[in-house]
Ligand binder design. Structure first.
Ligand SMILES: NC(=O)c1ccc[n+]([C@@H]2O[C@H](COP(=O)([O-])OP(=O)(O)OC[C@H]3O[C@@H](n4cnc5c(N)ncnc54)[C@H](OP(=O)(O)O)[C@@H]3O)[C@@H](O)[C@H]2O)c1
Length: 288
C-alpha cells in the first residue's frame, strides 16, 4: 500500500503517481485515436487508481485545436462518477501558432485561456491551474497576479508554476500561494535537485517532475542510457522506467511524478512504482 500525496498545503490528496496526458495530443502521426485515448484514461481511473491527471490547453497539434487534450480528458471522465474521483491539473501561458511552442503570459491571455479551459474541461472550477512557463516579456508578478484574480473569482482552486528557478518562484510566491512547481527532472537529469526541489521541500510545495522517465526522446533507450537503472531493474524483476519512478518517489516526499504514456501496459507498470522499495544503497548509487 502507499500513502496518498497531499498537494502543497491544499486539501487535495492524490495517489503518489499521476498521469501526464500530453502524448495523447501533441503529435499528429503518433497520437492514439480519440476513442483509444478515452479508453486509456478510463482504465487508468477505474482499474489503476490514477486520480491526478496533468494536461494543458497547449497540448494539441497547433492553435486550430487548442484544448484538444483537455476535451479528451473531459469526455473520458464525463460519466460513471469518474470526474469526482480525479484532480485535473491544467496549464495556460503557452500557445501553438502553426505548431510552434511560444509563450504568452499576459494577464488578458491567461484570463481567456483559463475560461477556454473551463469550457474544454466541462467544469466550473479548475483544481490546479499552472503557469506553463514564464513569459520573458511579462513580469511574472503580472502573470501570477492574473491567476490570483481568477482564483478570487472562483475559477481556479489552486495555483502552480512550471519551468521556473528559485528566484522566479520566490517572486511568484509574493503574489499568491503556490501549490506546485512543475519542472524537468529525472534520475538521468538531476539538474534541478539541489536548488528547486530542496526549496519546494522547505516550503511545502509539491514538486511535479516532467520527463520523469526521460521523455519521448530518451524513454525508449533508458536501459542503454543507464546501466545502473537496468541492473537495479533486473534485481527487482521490473523495468528501468519503473525504477526511475520509484527513485523519484523515494528521493523526496514533495515528489508527484506524472509519467506520460499512450499504452495501458506502460501505465500499469508505471503505477507499480508506488510499491517498489529501493534499498538505501540503490538510492545512494544514483547520487551525482
Ligand atoms: N510543464 C512542461 O513544460 C511540460 C513539458 C513536458 C511534459 N510535461 C508533462 O509531463 C508529462 C510527462 O512528461 P513526458 O511525457 O514528456 O515524459 P516521460 O513521462 O518521461 O516520457 C514519456 C515517454 O515515455 C514512454 N514511457 C512511459 N512509460 C513507459 C514504460 N513503462 N516503459 C517504456 N516506455 C514508457 C512513453 O512512450 P509510450 O507512449 O510508448 O508508453 C513516452 O514516449 C507529460 O505528459 C506532460 O503532462 C510538462
Amino acid at each position: 500500500m502507499h500513502n496518498p500525496h497531499r498537494i502543497g498545503t491544499t486539501e487535495l490528496a492524490v495517489h503518489p503517481i499521476g498521469y501526464g496526458a500530453m502524448h495523447l495530443s501533441i503529435d499528429r502521426t503518433r497520437r492514439p485515436l480519440a476513442a483509444d485515448s478515452i479508453r486509456l484514461i478510463q482504465h487508468a481511473v477505474d482499474e489503476l487508481g490514477v486520480n491526478f491527471i496533468d494536461t494543458a490547453d497547449a497540448y494539441c497539434i497547433d492553435d486550430t485545436e487548442t484544448g484538444h487534450n483537455e476535451r479528451i480528458i473531459a469526455e473520458a471522465l464525463r460519466d460513471a462518477g469518474r470526474r469526482q474521483q480525479v484532480i485535473v491539473a491544467t496549464k495556460g501561458g503557452s500557445i501553438r501558432p502553426e505548431g510552434r511552442w511560444e509563450r504568452n503570459g499576459r494577464p488578458e491571455h491567461l484570463r481567456t485561456a483559463c475560461e477556454r479551459s473551463l469550457r474544454a474541461l466541462e467544469t466550473e472550477i479548475i483544481d490546479l491551474y499552472q503557469l506553463h512557463a514564464p513569459d520573458p516579456t511579462v513580469p511574472v508578478e503580472e502573470s501570477v497576479g492574473a491567476l490570483r484574480d481568477l482564483q478570487r473569482e472562483g475559477k481556479i482552486k489552486h495555483i502552480g508554476v512550471s519551468n521556473v528557478g528559485v528566484p522566479l518562484l520566490e517572486r511568484a510566491m509574493r503574489e499568491s500561494e503556490i501549490a506546485t512547481v512543475q519542472n524537468q527532472f529525472s534520475v538521468i537529469n538531476q539538474r534541478d535537485e539541489a536548488e528547486v526541489l530542496k526549496f519546494c521541500e522547505a516550503n511545502n510545495i509539491t514538486y511535479i517532475p516532467w520527463n520523469p522517465v526521460g521523455g519521448r526522446g530518451k524513454a525508449p533507450q533508458l536501459a542503454e542510457i543507464s546501466a545502473l537503472l537496468s541492473e537495479i531493474a533486473l534485481a527487482h524483476s521490473t523495468t528501468p522506467h519503473v525504477v526511475a519512478i520509484a527513485w523519484l518517489l523515494q528521493l523526496s516526499p514533495a515528489m508527484l511524478p506524472i509519467p506520460g504514456t499512450t499504452k495501458i501496459e506502460h501505465l500499469r507498470q508505471n503505477m507499480e512504482a508506488a510499491t517498489l522499495k529501493l534499498t538505501e544503497e540503490e538510492m545512494a548509487s544514483f547520487e551525482c
